[in-house]
Design a binder for this molecule. Structure first.
Ligand code: FES
Length: 139
């Protein structure tokens, strides 16, 4: 779709992805303004309803970015988040929505480059998919 600018919601763990976003900023690495960050204390706090709500409110793509495996400050919040993401991907598929619109990503606080690259790659992937079929009509 021509001129389609996807809206992306990124639920970012305070201890890793959010800090990585900060790191990207301090290294002057740019990432697409399409990505709107929601800081959470741990990805384990991101519920399936939060992910679904983001789509309902107009997101074309959503990702949950947590600590690397074994590094979650709350023991296994990132593992639980990964399970919820897989669960919601299945729901999306059942609804006829591409499950690739939702992803679980893991990174450490020092991975500023990875944060910026992920934001670019995910935005491009969603741009190729086009607008989410459940996107509310703007008045
Ligand atoms: Fe980062 Fe749990 S503290 S994912």
């Amino acid at each position: 779709m021509k001129n389609f600018e996807p809206e992306i919601v990124a639920f970012c763990c305070h201890y890793c992805a959010y800090t990585a976003a900060d790191m990207a900023g301090s290294k002057r690495l740019s990432y697409p303004p399409n990505v709107k960050i929601i800081r959470v204390p741990c990805t384990g706090k991101v519920d399936a309803l939060h992910m679904m709500r983001a789509f309902e409110k107009g997101a074309d793509g959503v990702y949950v970015a947590g600590c690397l495996e074994g590094d979650c400050h709350f023991k296994n919040g990132n593992t639980r988040a990964g399970q919820r993401v897989a669960y919601v991907q299945k729901i999306l598929e059942d609804l006829g929505i591409e499950p690739q619109r939702l992803e679980m990503i893991m990174m450490s606080a020092g991975m500023g480059e990875r944060f910026a690259r992920t934001a670019f790659e995910f935005t491009e992937k969603i741009r190729e998919l086009g607008p989410c079929p459940v996107k509310p009509i703007k008045k």
